[in-house]
Design a protein around this ligand. Sequence first.
Ligand code: NAD
Length: 331
Amino acid sequence: KVLRVALMGLGGYAKRVAEAMKDCKRAKVTGLISGTPEKLKEWGALYNVPEKNRYNYQNFDSIKNNPDIDAVYVITPNSLHHNHTIRAARAGKHVICEKPMAISVKEGQEMVEACKKAGVHLLVGYRMRFEPHTLEAVRMRKEGELGAIKFFQGLSGFRIGNPNQWRLNKELAGGGALMDIGIYAINGCRYMVGEEPIWVTAQETKTDPVKFKAGVDETILFQFGFKSGATASCLSTYNMNYLDRFFLNGERGFIEMQPATGYGPIRARSNKGEINAPVVVHQTVQIDEMAAIILDGKKPEIPVDGEVGLQDLRIIEAIYKAVETGKKIPL
Ligand code: NAD
């Protein structure tokens, strides 16, 4: 059985997903949702999606009556995920939603509840949670090869271009670099350390208040503490390139990853040497694995459900609160 997926929001990342899905064994694109008729036509021809399976944002609720579609993959700007996910769930379709799953804890909670009520899966597009080097690093940590974990460092950033894009618009993005790219350090910290943070402190710096308006963060440094006594130090930024590095230190060893989350080959090494794992197209593996979760009830090595996405939002809100108050915020 194959998971039949409707892609919603035919932008840059959806394109990458659609291309990667050509190689999926357990999933295929059978539907499209877009506000641009020309895109529906073009993508429809390109990915073999018949006209009856093409929708816009006004009429997509009627996807309910379409037996060719099992799931909707929401790949729209962040603040739209809430409405789009809830409507897909009400139409009885499983939802894969891109990160960040929403722009507030409240919205995230409503999405989790809507999917629960509709009896559909809600999975968040955390592709790294299926990536082989990442899984190997997590296996090593779980099996005690590093000893007790003491410290994690997560650095996530890129230099953002066009000042008019939705990523720099508070209403659509919900924030700045932290929502978009800092979330990789947050999410990564959780699977690398294997614990949830219990407190956070954070500091913001802004060099360009014209490009990065109020509510759109350019650079935030944040620190976590864990119950075990481990700590973490992270950086989220929109003002430098090549910033994609994880470092995990335990009593008996370390793991370093760079690039840690980019699309290209992930590179990882430990105190014992290079970590060799298959180089894969992240989205192909992610969607095949998500199909297995939805269709077979498979339990993933590292979870990717709505609760995982919601916890990232709780942490993000706490980081923004720490920035605002200058205080240590308990989680
Ligand atoms: P994008 O700008 O390339 O695409 C967004 C699409 O949404 C466009 O086609 C746009 O037309 C459409 N859209 C619908 N309603 C809109 C509205 N009201 N305003 C603006 N655009 C609207 O962005 P993207 O890079 O594809 O990002 C989309 C989502 O995917 C974001 O949530 C982003 O965080 C996520 N993403 C995830 C990854 C990943 O690796 N997991 C990578 C990139 C993006």
